[in-house]
Design a protein around this ligand. Structure first.
Ligand SMILES: C[S@@+](CC[C@H](N)C(=O)[O-])C[C@H]1O[C@@H](n2cnc3c(N)ncnc32)[C@H](O)[C@@H]1O
Length: 475
């Protein structure tokens, strides 16, 4: 059956991949790929109204909607039209055997009028509900805890200059709710009430989306090699996964901001199981013993790309130049010594991350990470994302951060085992990628795209009026 899937109008690129990841969690391997999508007639790809066919029954639809952050609701669509007359005709034509079980005298129900891109007054809502008298509701109205919720959803032709995706024609949908998102967890986990945060702590909505992309769930082990304040692992632990993290910064891993304000206290605050361990480890010099592989089900992270804080790797400048041999910390300084570090370029960091994931993820495991993009260069082309022979890219979700800069959440699935030959192939691909894309990644172009105004012939490239209000991809 095709369901109407209504999304929140935010993080547009993340919406379908989230549903597919949740289908994979609740429907089993391959269920994500089996999800089919269509747009309602005359609807733009960024519209909140999508039609979805799921590889399972209504329970699957409910499970997906309930865990999702971006699905407002999934509905059994009883009818749609461009006018209320057309809607009536469609609902009357919808088979009785699908409708009547939800209209029985012993049932309770509620009708909700919702809209997108327009406001419907209370009076109008009442009139719309009264206009549905042709549906033979026999149950009792219960506004607090109804057994069945029915939705009338209206969207209008609102032009293209109001920040919403263009819609050509008014549409009215009527459906029975099968499942709805529980966004209550957002106020609970919001960063402003979290004890330990830092300048790059991951926003909780995004952290939950990342955990969904990583298929975090009970019995799975999720690793964040750039753990910082642990925000991504908090989200994974909320969904029942075991967690483990690492960071090069010993202050983050060991101390935080004191005994009650550190990574551990963040887990305690939400009564979540603590991480199995948090390592002080450099992504450039992995600590794994020889032969150890395939232990994580997902690696989910936000690598340091040098916008707010650049990555660092072990080794002082002298050591990196090979001037002195590895440094041994004198015994009396062992307790307080902070090893010196050198800059860690994004290109090297991503290469190490793919290597780590190829080796340490189980087959079918997921690597989910943010990757920065300079929008001016039209960099959002899939072919230009980093690649590795062990991985298949299953989703790339852009979050536009400014006119010139985006970050893209990449979700990759491990499809091939890690071997030495594969690693050689990966080195080659990386070299190629480095030659083609190293420039902007290495030379501070990203930093300048974020922090300096865009100019053309000495004048600002954008002014208030030249900025399109609707900034989606498909105008
Ligand atoms: C963007 S922040 C991640 C923040 C984290 N997601 C959070 O919610 O707090 C990047 C983290 O990577 C760490 N880092 C930088 N270079 C590293 C390296 N070579 N190995 C491991 N961690 C590194 C930094 O100390 C920083 O905590």
């Amino acid at each position: 059956m095709w369901y109407l899937c209504v999304f929140y109008h935010r993080l547009l690129d993340y919406r379908r991949p989230e549903v597919q990841s949740l289908a994979e969690i609740f429907g089993g391997p391959g269920a994500g790929d089996a999800v089919e999508w269509r747009m309602p007639e005359n609807h733009h790809a960024d519209s909140p109204f999508h039609l979805v066919r799921l590889p399972g029954d209504e329970r699957l639809a409910a499970q997906i909607a309930n865990r999702s952050l971006l699905v407002k609701g999934i509905y059994e669509l009883w009818g749609q039209g461009t006018t209320y007359e057309e809607l009536e005709k469609a609902i009357k034509e919808y088979p009785d055997e699908r409708k009547l079980p939800y209209l029985t005298p012993e049932s309770t129900f509620k009708i909700i009028v919702d809209s997108f891109g327009k406001v419907i007054s209370f009076q109008e809502q009442n009139d719309i509900i009264k206009g549905l008298a042709y549906i033979p509701f026999e149950g009792r109205v219960d506004l607090k805890k109804p057994e069945h919720k029915f939705f009338v959803m209206e969207t209008d032709d609102y032009g293209s200059q109001n920040g919403l995706p263009p819609v050509v024609q008014k549409t009215v949908f009527f459906g029975r709710e099968v499942g709805a998102a529980d966004r209550h967890l957002l106020p609970t986990y919001q960063l402003k009430s979290r004890k330990y945060i830092g300048p790059t702590a991951m926003d909780c909505e995004m952290a939950f989306l990342m955990a969904n992309q990583g298929l975090a769930r009970p019995g799975k082990l999720v690793y964040d090699p750039f753990v910082g304040t642990g925000s991504i692992l908090v989200a994974a632990a909320h969904f029942g996964a075991m967690t483990m993290g690492a960071d090069i910064d010993i202050r983050v891993v060991r101390d935080g901001r004191g005994p009650d304000c550190n990574i551990w206290s963040n887990f305690e605050q939400y009564k979540l199981p603590e991480p199995l361990c948090v390592l002080r480890a450099d992504n450039n010099l992995p600590p794994w013993r020889t032969g150890l592989k395939e232990i994580f089900d997902a690696i989910i992270c936000d690598p340091p790309y040098g916008v707010r804080a650049g990555g660092r790797k072990s080794g002082g400048r002298k050591l990196l130049k090979g001037i002195i041999s590895p440094y041994t910390v004198p015994e009396e300084k062992r307790g307080t010594h902070i090893p010196s570090t050198a800059p860690y370029s994004l290109v090297e960091c991503v290469h190490d991350l793919l290597h780590l994931a190829a080796r340490m993820l189980v087959m079918g495991g997921r690597l989910v990470f943010f990757y920065p993009v300079v929008r001016e260069d039209d960099f959002t082309d899939v072919a230009k994302f980093p690649e590795h022979p062990c991985f298949k890219l299953v989703a790339s979700c852009e979050q536009i951060l400014s006119l010139r800069y985006s970050r893209v959440l990449l979700t990759m699935v491990k499809i091939g085992p890690y071997t030495e030959e594969v690693e050689k192939m990966a080195e080659e691909r990386h070299r190629e990628f480095r030659e083609n894309h190293q420039k902007w990644m290495e030379e501070g172009n990203l930093h300048s795209a974020v922090f300096s105004p865009a100019e053309q012939d000495g004048k600002p490239k954008f002014d208030k009026d030249s900025k399109p209000k609707y900034r989606g991809k498909y105008v």
